[in-house]
Design a protein around this ligand. Structure first.
Ligand code: AMP
Length: 283
């Protein structure tokens, strides 16, 4: 596995690979790799000739007061894990490389950014779309692998690629969870053992919602109240949002029918965690 830090060097490798008609798979990450990230790498290695993974904690997608500075980082471990997964190139740019002085462009995707994390983290998805477009332009992948864990992000990137006619297949892979049900996340590293137990309420609440819907409950108010009750059993927990939206448009669903995404963001102490489930509701 080659570790690449400069854009010119990455682009030269890409040029060589494209000349040889290699299918390039790309896995963008912010590092501190866990099995969720690795599932994306494994899929890319399976489906493509060459896999490029990027590790970059993108300052543009963090709001003021968020955890950019203390976001967990462990490049040494990330190198070991990505090598083991069969990644061919690890692209690890610095802030200076990505955003040199005078950088002044921004990518904005509308509509699908209005709800969920888009509503509670203003500017977040502009930061995400900007860095992903830059990475796509540098790596020129045939396919890029994202996690359903960040369901809204995957939809926004799909939309951007479609709107801007980029010849890249966007794949959204299932959420990898701990045995306990907790969705794997680099931010879980912030949690103490008691907080890890509190964090189980996210998936428990989503499972409760699924159970209620399957039993025929169609009142959004009742479903969300039941989820809130489960989550707010602990005092140090705060709900950022719980939303039931159309799984594709991400617009708020008035009636629970068709493809539905139930998503939430919850603060366990100061740690903000997200999770979601997708359901197909007949009726
Ligand atoms: P991050 O490093 O958190 O920006 O995540 C990089 C990619 O890994 C994103 O596409 C995430 O959706 C995906 N990812 C993160 N956690 C998981 C998980 N538990 N299961 C599947 N994919 C994940």
């Amino acid at each position: 596995m080659k570790i690449i830090r400069s854009i010119a060097s990455m682009q030269n490798r890409v040029k060589e690979m494209r000349k040889k008609a290699k299918r390039i798979g790309f896995v963008p990450t912010m590092g501190y790799l866990h099995p969720g990230h690795m599932s994306l790498a494994h899929q890319s290695v399976k489906e493509c000739d060459i896999t490029v993974m990027s590790i970059y904690v993108n300052p543009l997608q963090f709001g003021s007061g968020e955890d950019y500075e203390k976001y967990p980082r462990d490049l040494k471990k990330d190198i070991t894990l990505s090598k083991k997964a069969g990644v061919d190139y690890l692209f690890v740019p610095s802030d200076y490389v990505m955003y040199p002085e005078g950088f002044s462009s921004k990518v904005s995707v509308t509509n699908v950014t209005q709800t969920l994390c888009g509503a509670s983290r203003p500017g977040h998805f502009e930061g995400v779309a900007t860095v992903v477009l830059k990475l796509f332009n540098i790596i020129m992948p045939d396919a890029a692998y994202f996690g359903q864990k960040d369901a809204q992000q995957a939809i926004i990137i799909k939309k951007m690629v479609k709107d801007l006619n980029m010849p890249i297949e966007i794949k959204a892979l299932p959420i990898v969870r701990e045995e306990s049900g907790l969705a794997m996340s680099s931010r879980n590293a912030y949690l103490s053992e008691p907080q890890k137990l509190q964090a189980l309420s996210l998936y428990q609440a989503l499972s409760k919602a699924r159970q209620l819907i399957r039993q025929g409950e169609c009142s959004k108010v009742k479903i969300i109240s039941a989820m809130k009750r489960l989550i707010l059993r602990e005092k140090s927990v705060k709900i950022d949002y719980i939303a039931i939206v159309d799984a594709e448009k991400l617009s708020i669903k008035k009636i629970i029918k068709g493809k539905v995404l139930i998503a939430l963001a919850v603060f366990i102490g100061k740690v903000r965690l997200i999770d979601n489930i997708k359901l197909k509701v007949k009726k």
